[in-house]
Design a protein around this ligand. Structure first.
Ligand code: ATP
Ligand code: MG
Length: 569
């Protein structure tokens, strides 16, 4: 059976799905599929995380009995906060995924991890080093030269145990000692040159408070957390490929349950940055209004902008999973929003830059209710009543006093259709005496064109949206452009600060828009198509019943299709 809905189609194969299917066939993990999504709570989630979420939760859901854990990788007390934990949970839930009871924190494993560290010490596989951070760096060597061994490398097991115990007890200052794995200072993989497993940090942790003053490093924590939770497939991004040897070393050295790490390419999107460190800079530097600024490709920004969870999931499926880094065109993300909103968003009329129109031959006290279908894509969406009166607003750009030949909208002597209403013909204009600007357009209407169709079969080329001046609601509409002017602002190779590429015109706020009265009941977060203008969402923060605020999610222009066509040429 053919289906047009990507959500219902069988998922296409990718190399990770193939690995999982093969492991199941070979009964590698007794038929279990256990994945995890392991964010560090040091910022809000972005669209790149959505790819990882869809992959991890998706693989679990696709396989019978499969489960996916939500694990907070919280081993750096200086950057992590409970606010981030809460935002991450609400974002994952909003995307449509459920971790059930399986919410974990690496910080809950601190005691276990400490015991594992002790075990390594006892087995002569780890030692306390007292070199300074600077010396440790110098001793590490380079890609072409082997490193040097620290003089402390051969401390006795007893001395190491004593020092590590006292590190935990808080006897030493930050940086006085570290615990290192004893692997190989000459390894071609620099990460295996006796990596640090624990450092002293007298910083309270948002969950464990002052209980600890030593904290485990990522490479020690991550593999063991996976092992403790019985993860089968530990899916991470490509930059961790080089860490895999260390992942395997730690688990082998301790002889514990050993999941398989699999790397995939991280998502990059044009005209934006996707790194929490950079996103934080934008938030803290006041370049955006917050993590949920509708220009940010954070999950909360996309939600506020009007993206649906389904559109983000479809996008993540569409981009696929690869082993090589690449850049995805932001037009594809916008296409996914449009595709989903087209099916579900009711159509309404809103005039963004109003121009007054007076219908001279329409009685002053008359008022009609015209019928407008809510969504031609959805027969169940029904219709609504739209008030029509003598004074209306149309879009300024839909009128030209002196139009070129190909202008099919309103102009002196020309006739157009008002959507759902009548044909009108421009007979006169009123101008501002000082500026010479047209401030009022006078028209006549043809009563024999009710509903927008002429009884005599006469055709018009243009169809305009409009609102009745007496009924329209005033609204603010925010139009957005890309946050950056450069396709790859985060490119480190250029050597310039990514913030120099910020687009000064990424937000245009129109404060005297006029929208049709049916929008009086529009609740925050609800989405509409404004005819001819795009898809819009009621802002969830700044909109209220007496001050409507809309964000434009996307325009109606399908730039993605255009890009595809030009690629084929
Ligand atoms: P950032 O670079 O934005 O700080 P991170 O990798 O440090 O991201 P984590 O909180 O550690 O952020 O990420 C949680 C999970 O999300 C990891 O498994 C990580 O690989 C994945 N992830 C992060 N960014 C992307 C991305 N751009 N594309 C795909 N997966 C990503
Ligand atoms: Mg990280």
């Amino acid at each position: 059976m053919k289906t047009t809905d990507t959500e219902q189609a069988a998922p296409p194969p990718n190399f990770i799905r193939n690995i999982v299917a093969n492991d199941l066939k070979e009964n590698k993990y007794d038929g279990r599929v256990v994945t995890r999504f392991p964010p560090e709570p040091n910022g809000y989630l972005h669209i790149g995380h959505a790819k990882s979420i869809c992959l991890n939760f998706g693989i679990a859901a696709e396989n019978k009995g499969g489960i996916c854990n939500l694990r907070f990788d919280d081993t750096d007390p200086s950057k992590e906060e409970i606010e981030y934990v809460e935002s991450i949970k609400s974002d994952v839930r909003w995307l449509g995924f459920d971790w059930g009871e399986r919410q974990f924190f690496a910080s809950d494993y601190f005691e276990k991890l400490y015991k594992y560290a002790m075990q390594l010490i006892k087995e002569g596989k780890a030692y306390v080093d007292s070199l300074s951070a600077q010396e440790i760096r110098e001793y590490r060597g380079t890609l072409t030269e082997p490193g040097r061994e620290s003089a402390y490398r051969d401390r006795s097991v007893e001395e190491n145990m004593d020092l590590f115990t006292r590190m935990r007890a808080g006897e030493f200052k930050d940086g006085a000692h570290v615990l290192r794995a004893k692997i190989d200072m000459a390894s071609p993989n620099m990460l295996l040159r006796d990596p640090t497993l624990y450092r002293i940090k007298h910083v309270p942790h948002y969950r464990t408070g002052d209980k600890w003053c030593i904290y485990p490093m990522y490479d020690f924590t991550h593999c063991l957390s996976d092992s403790i939770e019985g993860i089968t497939h530990s899916i991470c991004t490509l930059e961790f490929e080089i860490n895999r040897q260390l992942y395997d070393w730690v688990l082998d050295a301790l002889n514990v349950y050993h999941p398989q790490q699999i790397e995939f390419a991280r998502l990059n999107i044009s005209y934006t940055v996707l790194s929490k460190r950079k996103l934080i800079e934008l938030v803290e530097g006041g370049h955006v209004t917050g993590w949920d600024d509708p220009r940010m490709l954070t999950i909360s920004g996309l939600r506020r902008r009007g993206y649906t969870p389904a559109s983000i999931r479809n996008f993540c499926e569409r981009i696929g999973v690869a082993k090589r880094d690449s850049m995805v065109d932001v037009a594809l993300l916008e296409y996914s929003a449009r595709e989903d909103l087209n099916k579900h968003a009711p159509r309404v009329m809103a005039v963004l830059r109003p121009l007054k129109v007076v219908i001279d031959n329409y009685p002053e006290d008359k008022e009609e209710e015209l019928e407008g279908e809510n969504n031609p894509e959805d027969p169940k969406a029904g219709s609504r009543k739209i008030p029509f009166t003598r004074v209306l607003y149309i879009e300024q750009e839909d009128f030209m006093e002196d139009p070129p030949k190909k202008f099919f909208r309103l102009a002196p002597g020309r006739e157009v259709r008002l959507k759902h209403a009548y044909y009108i013909k421009c007979v006169n204009v009123v101008k501002d005496e000082q500026t010479d600007e047209v401030v009022e357009v006078h028209c006549t209407y043809d009563p024999k064109t009710r509903g927008g169709w002429s009884e005599d079969g006469r055709k018009v080329k243009g169809t305009l949206h409009w609102v009745s001046a007496a009924h329209a609601l005033k609204a603010e509409v925010r139009l957005y452009d890309h946050l950056f002017l450069k396709e790859n602002p985060g490119d480190e190779k250029t050597g310039s600060d990514f913030k120099t590429y910020l687009n000064p015109n990424s937000l245009e706020s129109l404060t005297s828009c006029m929208v049709e009265p049916s929008l009086a009941v529009a609740v925050p977060g609800s989405r509409y198509q404004f005819l001819r203008q795009g898809y819009f969402c009621v802002d969830s923060k700044d909109s209220s019943s007496n001050a409507l605020v809309f964000n434009r999610t996307v325009t109606l222009r399908d730039t993605w299709a255009k890009i595809q066509r030009s690629r084929k040429k």
